[in-house]
Design a protein around this ligand. Sequence first.
Ligand code: NAI
Ligand code: MG
Length: 498
Amino acid sequence: MTIAVSYGVGRHPFLTEQAKRLFIDGQWVEAASGKTFQTFNPSTGEALAMIAEGDGVDIDRAVSAARRALSGPWAKFKPFERQNLLLRLADLIDTHFDELAALDALDMGAPISRGREGRLRVVGMLRYYAGQATALHGETIENSLPGQFFSFTLKEPIGVVGAIIPWNGPLKSAIWKIGPALATGCTVVLKAAEEACLSPLRIAELCQEAGVPPGVVNVITGYGETAGAALAAHLDVDKVAFTGSHLTGQKIIQASAGNLKRLSLELGGKSPDIVFADADLDKAVPGAAMAVFANSGQVCSAGTRLFVEQPIYEEFTQRVATFGKALRVGNGSDPTTQIGPLVSAEQLDRVTGYMALGRREGARPLSGGERLTQGDLARGYFVAPTVFADVTDGMRIAQEEIFGPVISAIPFTDMDEVTQRANATPFGLGSGVWTRDVGKAHRMARSIRAGSVWVNCYQAMDPAVPFGGYKMSGYGREGGKQHVEEFLNVKTVWIRTD
Ligand code: NAI
Ligand code: MG
C-alpha cells in the first residue's frame, strides 16, 4: 500500500475490513453466500481489496429494505428536508472528495489529476438535485368536459430504483443515480461494478453520515451476471437506471419484461468528432486528442471517429499523434499522471486486440498502437495513446466501441458527405464539430443524430444540462430537469366540483 500511503489514503478501512461488506438497510452485512472476491490495482497489478460477492439473495434483501423504507420515515420527508439532506451529502462528498478520487485512482486507475472537473460533476450535481427537490410540481390542466371538473397532476416517486453502474467513473455514476433518487423521494439499490467498488461503498457510508434513513440507499457489490441480473429482473423494482455497454443494456431490457419496469439506459457509442479545415487548430488538436485519451478512452461518449477535412488531414492527425505522445502515462495515484492504465487485464486484452486488428485492417499507426512496458508500467495495464490514420468507414476499428485510447482518423471532403458518414452508425451519444464558421456549426448541430453535439469543445457537461443517447446509445437523460422527471410517476386527479 505504499502508493495509498503517499497519496493520502493510508490504510483505508475499505482496503482492509469494511470492503468485505454490503450496505443493506443501514447495516454493513456479509454476503449471504459468505463469498468474497479480490480486486486489483490496475496501475500495479497488485491485489487491492476483498469485496463481498453479493448475489440474488442479497439483492432480494436490499430490495425488501428499499421497499419498506418507501413507507417509513422517508415518506414523511418534506421536499425541503430532502433538499437539506442532499446538501449535507454534497458537503460531505466535497470534504472527502480527494479521498474518493484517490479510491477511484487505486480501484480503476483514473488519474487523480482529473479531480477538478470531477468535483463539479459530482458535488455540483448533488447540489443541483438538492434544488430540484423543492422544484417538483404537477400541473393544473383546463379540461373541456361538460359540468365542473377540476383536473390536476401530482408527481410521485417512482418507487424502488435499481441502479447498475459501470467501472469507468464509479464515483460520478453512483452520484448520478443516487442524487435524483433522493431528490424525488425514491429508494435505491445500487449495484457497483465488480471492477470498482470502493467509492460506491464509501458513498454509502457518507449517505449514512448525512442522515439518509436506513434502507433508502443500499449498495451491493457482486457480479453482473448474478447480482446485476437479479436486480434487473426483480419484480419489486420499479425502475432500473443503467449505465454500461449496449450488450448488457439489451439483457436488461429483456430482464425488465417480467414487471415492465421503467428503464433508463446510458450506453456506449462510436462518436464522431469532425474537424473542418477552417477550425482553430491550436484548440482542435488538444480538444480532439483528449476527446479520446481522457480516462484512457474509457468514456462512453469518447470522440473515437475523428473525421478530418482532406486539406488538413495529414498535418492535423500528425499533430494529434504528437500531442498523444507527450502525455504522461502512469500510475493513477501519481498526481502528475495525465493518462492512467486500463481498468483490467481483460480490457487490456480487448484494447490491444483492437490495436492489432487495426494494423491487420490496413490502418497506419501514427502513434502508440501497443502496450507500454517500460519500467514500472510493465506491472500495470497501460497502453499508449494511439492514432490510426488511413482508417476507412468499413473497418471494425471505425465501427466498434474499443473503450481504450484509440483514435481512428478518417479523411473527408465536404459537409454533406461527412454528415452522412458520421451518422452511419447504430450509436448516437456524443459528437464534436470544430469550425470557425457559425453557420456551418449550426447546420451540423442540427444534422448530427446524437444526444450531444459539442462545437469547438468536447465533453463539456453541467448538472443542469441533459446528457444521453440517440439510437443504440440508449434512452433517458442524465442531468437537467428531465433526469429528475424520470424518477417520478405522473398521477392525474379528477375532482367533480358541481
Ligand atoms: P457491462 O455493461 O457488462 O457492465 C456494466 C455494469 O453492468 C456492471 O455493474 C456489471 O456488473 C453489470 N452487468 C453485467 N452484466 C449484467 C447483466 N446481465 N444484468 C445486469 N447487470 C449486468 O460492461 P463491462 O463488462 O464492464 O465492459 C465490457 C465493455 O462494455 C467495455 O469494453 C466497453 O466497451 C463497454 N462499456 C461501456 C461503458 C459505457 O459507459 N459506455 C461502461 C462500461 C463498459
Ligand atoms: Mg460485462
